[in-house]
Design a protein around this ligand. Structure first.
Ligand code: FAD
Ligand code: NAI
Length: 471
């Protein structure tokens, strides 16, 4: 056995949660080790999540736009061809640059990056089976678990990442499938359906619920988004559940039935994407050796300072409570280190934005109309369509709207929902407003540059307590 090496902080997992915690801890002068088994840093997000998906979304959108949306703009193009291999290579180049960048940042901040799989030996020691063979045992005064999440499997459909795929396979398909079935119309389902449909696949999304977009998306926005995506060629079967799949034939056969029972249907596909959610990942972590608890969904149980019942062991990111989002993991990482070094930290869970990077994008922060109704909160609503916004008009991209929800009595902003071009950038302003407890009038009386899409944002705020000017 190896000798135990003493650290102020040992972090298990080098995803967004783990690597951000490592950098922050290095900056604060803690002697820190970060253990990652993947061989590269950045976790799901940089390697097989946020970053590669956005690369494919951006470039497939460009391809689709060149094919279908140039004539009316006065651009005549000739022979347009897809070079999928090159598109995948461009994605890999972005990923590689960013994961190497993270490695550089760890080094710059004096973090000991340990390539291997970490497993608890006891409350203070983590044994690492090194990627290159051999082992090390790290002793941590503090330990952070940041082991992330994995795709939830669909019973009976074994993932091979070629025919039955998760998002990971969907980011590397070697050819465009003729027919693709997507199980689950959440964010992963819709982003990946967009990519492959734009590249020429006939895509059908099967969603159990009556609306797409996954948890938290406002119904009015979800319905409008579904209409636009359907116009782009994606087929939707909502209120429908997949009951089983048969992979024995040359094409895969997927059986569905109406969610409330009844009507059955069979779909055939060359590739099936399973996108029914993600679950916390703790395999091989040796939790049984320290007796840390998980809830019924596998999320590690913590208090408000991210501490498990062993107070020197903290948990952040996808493996614990809250939305499984990279920016949420990043906020928790900084806060967890501040709790260790200063005794206080801060994450405002009421002001975490969500973005779906389809075209147009959907973005929101705060509560949906359904959530406010359910909670019995009285609210005012203001909307503004992009079809009345000058910049959207000049860009010939007028689909979508901005919707503000504010407290009926105080006008404090309770939720902002955007469907439209650049919604993901625009939501930052809404998040800042929510963070500072702004009213819709505060936003509406803030001068916005002309002509910008952000003016639609301002006018929706205006429409919440008064009237919009241009609609
Ligand atoms: P992870 O990123 O999963 O990192 C955990 C790391 O721990 C992994 O690298 C794993 O190898 C390592 N690990 C696990 N166990 C051990 C062990 N015992 N020893 C050593 N290492 C271990 N979020 C967004 O905010 N925006 C997006 O656009 C977005 N797009 C996404 C697209 C896809 C296709 C997917 C799947 C996810 C996307 N997400 C997005 C979610 C985002 O990727 C996660 O929320 C984020 O990666 C969570 O970070 P994490 O550090 O908690 O976990
Ligand atoms: P999700 O929870 O967003 O959506 C899963 C969908 O599948 C739900 O709408 C659910 O009703 C449906 N479903 C479940 N079982 C089904 C069945 N048997 N038949 C039909 N439909 C079924 O999960 P998803 O899309 O897998 O994404 C996981 C997480 O990854 C997201 O919640 C998000 O946190 C993160 N992510 C974030 C992105 C972003 O921020 N842009 C992009 C991709 C992922």
């Amino acid at each position: 056995a190896s000798q135990s090496e003493e650290h102020d902080l040992v972090i298990i997992g080098g995803g967004v949660a783990g690597y951000v915690a490592a950098i922050k801890a290095g900056q604060e002068g803690l002697k820190t080790a970060c253990i990652e088994k993947r061989g590269t840093l950045g976790g799901t997000c940089l390697n097989v999540g946020c970053i590669p998906s956005k690369s494919l979304l951006n470039n497939s959108h460009l391809y689709h736009q060149i094919l279908h949306d140039t004539k009316k703009r006065g651009i005549e193009v000739g022979d347009v061809k897809l070079n999928l291999q090159q598109m995948l290579k461009a994605k890999d180049t972005s990923v590689e640059g960013l994961t190497k960048g993270v490695e550089f940042l760890l080094k710059k901040n004096g973090v000991d990056y340990v390539k291997g799989t970490g497993s608890f030996v006891n409350e203070n020691e983590v044994k690492v089976n090194l990627v290159d063979g051999g082992e090390r045992t790290l002793r941590g005064k503090n330990i952070i678990i940041a082991t992330g999440s994995e795709s939830t499997p669909f019973p009976g459909l074994e993932v091979d990442e070629e025919r039955i795929i998760t998002s990971t396979g969907a980011l590397s398909l070697k050819e465009v499938p003729k027919k693709m079935v997507v199980i689950g119309g959440g964010i992963i389902g819709l982003e990946m359906a967009s990519v492959w449909s734009r590249l020429g696949s006939e895509v059908t999304v099967v969603e159990f619920l009556g609306q797409i977009g996954g948890p938290g998306m406002d119904s009015e926005i979800s319905k409008a988004a579904q209409k636009i995506l359907a116009k782009q060629g994606i087929k939707f079967l909502t209120n429908t559940k997949v009951t089983k799949g048969d992979t024995s034939g040359s094409t895969i056969s997927i059986s569905t039935e109406a969610a409330k029972g009844g009507k059955e249907q069979t779909l055939d596909a060359d590739v099936v994407l399973v996108a029914i959610g993600r679950r916390p990942y703790t395999d091989g972590l040796g939790l049984e050796n320290i007796g840390i608890e998980a809830d019924e969904k596998g999320r590690l149980v913590i208090d408000q300072e991210y501490r498990t019942k062993l107070p020197h062991i903290r948990v952040i990111g996808d493996v614990t409570f809250g939305p499984m989002l990279a920016h949420k993991a990043e906020e928790e990482a900084v806060a967890a280190i501040e709790y260790i070094t200063k005794g206080h930290g801060h994450v405002n869970y009421a002001a975490i934005p969500s973005v779906m990077y389809t075209h147009p994008e959907v973005a929101w922060v705060g509560q949906s109309e359904e959530e406010l109704k359910k909670a019995g909160v009285k609210y005012n609503k203001g909307t503004f369509p992009f079809s009345a916004n000058s910049r959207a008009k000049t860009n010939l991209e007028t689909e979508g709207l901005v919707k503000f929800l504010s407290d009926a009595e105080t006008d404090r902003i309770l939720g902002v929902h955007i469907l439209g071009p650049n919604a993901g950038e625009m939501i930052a302003e809404a998040t800042l407003a929510v963070e500072y407890g702004a009213s819709s009038e505060d936003v509406a009386r803030t001068c916005h540059a002309h002509p910008t899409l952000a003016e639609a944002f301002k006018e929706a705020a205006m429409a919440t307590y008064s009237k919009a000017i241009h609609f």
